[in-house]
Design a protein around this ligand. Structure first.
Ligand code: C2E
Ligand code: CA
Ligand code: CA
Length: 636
């Protein structure tokens, strides 16, 4: 093989060498002059004398026959050559013959075109070394040559070439050696321009492997990268940490603020993760709002946790887009190879378990997998499955806790509280299953059932002539943000015939503060409908005064944790007093929940808080006991 540029000293006669060889003039200028006719002259001459000498003719019969056959054969050859020439000239794929040095000896017009030349002649005059001239990747050319020199037949060899005009193309080459005795005489082959196909393949690859929103690799690529990382690690006796990160509240944000906002958020988070982990570390978007980071050569668990903390801290923080501004928060679960699993699937499952556990422990939390978690998660899954069936099986029911106006001793309202009669576990308190219902989405049908049941029951009490009081229903954030929530409330009120002023919805502060604009609209719509709104567990959330002014809710419910210690803890007493005063200043009703004893009650009364709910008066009770409570009086 001659390196390009050093040239072939014998080049001046290269063309004559080609012409004088056995090869037909297939590359001749003009690209397709008809084949020269065989030398027919003498035969025509001889035919002229046929009639003149009959006897001689007979004697010469065999010769004539032979000549005719010869003529026939020649004609056949000429036709065949024309046929093959036509095929060669007009073939859409490139056809070529190279000598052992890689120099093209014959090329058809398509081959010339593929290489960026007008005609075969032009190409043959300019290209002395096929590969070095056009292959983009020299190592590809070396592979190609090595394989050819070994006498291999190459089929489907894909190479990127750069044609004479500098255009990059992909070709598929099929080449085979033509042997002469033991040695390779030359190589013949075909080349097909597969640029379009390659482009399509690339496009498909890009779509299959990369997420168009964030530009990060997708799950398909993640599996490849993780298994690569694991094989390197087991060979080098290293550890690999798999970090799963999930954005909190993404679905809700995406649904309520729109896809453009959601995409922008994902892009920003991807960027924050990328910057935090550095160029070398693989970051993948697994789908939805879930990302994975593969930390190769992870050191001690403490260092992995340090790394995780940095990533979480980088992701968490303010984010503004399209006029919305919010705090991004996330949770992260981590598993480590080979401690928690030896294959990708196992590591992924365990990182996921750790993530669920982290989610339960709060926002912006991360956790390393532990065996104990595994057990807990399995329990949880079992409970989730049972809960899925609970509604259909009629295992859910409501109990009601009275709210008492201590100025009169009358029941001023009832809070509906959910219970689950589990066939094996007995009565399960909501604290043990509301979270599961929320994370599995089951809260939506369950919440709807609660709302309908409570409204139906309230109407029933009224219809039996009992004094009407508002019925308070707890609404989960997920349920409240569900599209069509207001519509659902309206439908249920219509369906049950309950006057809206007797329905009170208990919302939490956190629920209202995310996605403020949408919440303000929802709250307004419900108020217009005539439904009462209460902020539950007040004091435990953001307790920002500003939003209380914006949200026209009806009342605040002071959280049980403050009420608990009002008589013994000065701070709690101060907070409770502050809440009561603030509510009054804002013209809001205020109720204290969790009142268990007379000291607490006295304190609250002294602060002019008259609405009380708690075990001091009554625990939540079954439907049948409510009539008596409504008719009677507390505090007598
Ligand atoms: P919550 O809305 O704060 O409800 C008050 C909880 O405090 C109830 O617990 C009630 O039984 C309890 N409680 C009332 N008075 C006292 C007291 O004097 N001392 C003590 N220690 N506790 C008292 P419960 O019924 O176990 O409900 C727990 C939580 O589950 C509720 O807290 C609420 O957040 C949630 N929940 C209950 N029912 C539903 C429901 O239908 N939908 C939704 N989304 N959540 C519900
Ligand atoms: Ca409540
Ligand atoms: Ca509460």
């Amino acid at each position: 093989m001659h390196p390009q540029g050093t040239g072939n000293p014998a080049r001046p006669d290269a063309d004559s060498r080609r012409d004088s060889g056995n090869s037909p003039h297939l590359w001749s200028e003009g690209g397709g002059a008809p084949a020269e006719a065989p030398p027919r002259g003498p035969f025509v001459e001889r035919r002229r004398h046929r009639g003149a000498a009959q006897t001689r003719h007979e004697a010469l019969e065999p010769v004539h026959r032979l000549l005719a056959e010869y003529e026939e054969a020649n004609r056949f050859l000429a036709e065949a050559e024309e046929c093959y020439r036509g095929l060669f000239e007009n073939a859409l794929i490139g056809i070529f013959r190279l000598n052992a040095d890689g120099e093209p000896l014959i090329v058809n017009p398509s081959m010339a075109r593929i290489c960026g030349f007008e005609t075969p002649g032009e190409m043959l005059g300019a290209v002395f070394n096929f590969g070095e001239m056009i292959f983009v990747d020299s190592s590809q050319w070396s592979d190609f040559v090595r394989s050819l020199q070994a006498g291999n037949v190459l089929s489907g060899f894909e190479a990127e070439i750069c044609d004479r005009r500098g255009t990059r193309k992909w070709v598929e080459l099929n080449v085979q050696p033509v042997l002469d005795g033991g040695g390779i005489l030359y190589h013949e082959g075909s080349a097909e321009d597969i640029t379009e196909r390659k482009r399509n393949e690339d496009r498909i690859r890009l779509l299959a492997y990369y997420d168009p929103v964030t530009g990060l690799p997708k799950r398909a690529m993640f599996e490849e990268r993780l298994s690569e990382a694991l094989s390197v690690a087991s060979w080098k006796s290293q550890r690999v940490a798999l970090l799963l990160l999930e954005l909190e509240r993404f679905k809700m944000l995406n649904d309520s603020l729109g896809k453009e906002f959601g995409d922008g958020l994902l892009k920003e988070v991807a960027e924050r993760i990328r910057i935090a982990v550095g160029e070398e570390t693989t970051v993948v978007r697994l789908g939805g709002a879930e990302f994975a980071v593969i930390l190769q050569d992870a050191k001690a668990a403490r260092e992995v946790e340090q790394f995780a903390a940095e990533v979480v801290a980088a992701v968490a923080g303010k984010f503004s887009l399209l006029g919305h501004s919010l705090n991004i928060s996330c949770t992260m679960g981590i598993s480590i190879f080979p401690v928690h699993g030896r294959d990708g699937q196992m590591l992924l499952e365990r990182a996921d378990v750790a993530m669920v556990s982290a989610r339960e422990s709060g926002t912006n939390a991360f956790q390393l997998f532990t065996e104990e978690m595994n057990h807990r998660i399995r329990e949880r899954l079992r409970l989730e499955n049972d809960l899925r069936l609970a509604l259909d099986r009629g295992e859910l029911y409501l109990v009601y806790q009275p709210q008492v106006d201590i100025r009169t001793g009358d029941v001023s309202g009832l809070e509906a509280l959910l219970r689950w009669r589990h066939p094996a576990m007995g009565i399960v308190p909501p604290g043990e299953f509301i979270g599961i219902a929320e994370s599995s989405g089951l809260i939506v049908p369950i919440g709807e059932w609660v709302l309908r049941t409570a409204c139906t029951q309230a109407k029933k009490w009224q219809d039996t002539g009992l004094r009407p009081v508002p019925i308070a229903v707890n609404v989960s954030a997920i349920q409240f943000r569900q599209q069509g929530f207001c519509e659902l409330v309206r439908c249920i009120l219509e369906e049950t015939g309950l006057d809206p002023k007797y329905l009170e919805l208990e919302l939490t502060e956190g629920l209202l503060l995310t996605n403020l604009d949408v919440m303000l609209m929802l709250v307004k719509e419900l108020r217009v409908m005539g439904v009462k709104l209460t902020i539950d567990d007040f004091g435990t959330g953001y307790s920002s005064l500003g939003y209380l002014r914006q949200f026209k809710v009806n009342r605040l419910k002071i959280d049980r944790s403050f009420v608990n210690d009002v008589s013994v803890n000065a701070d709690d007493a101060a907070i409770t007093t502050a809440i009561i005063n603030m509510a009054r200043a804002l013209n809001l009703e205020v109720l204290a929940e969790g009142v268990e004893n007379a000291e607490q009650l006295d304190f609250l009364r002294a602060q002019n808080c008259y609405e009380i709910q708690g075990y001091y008066f009554s625990k939540p009770v079954a439907v049948e006991q409510i009539a008596a409570q409504l008719q009677g009086k507390f505090l007598q």
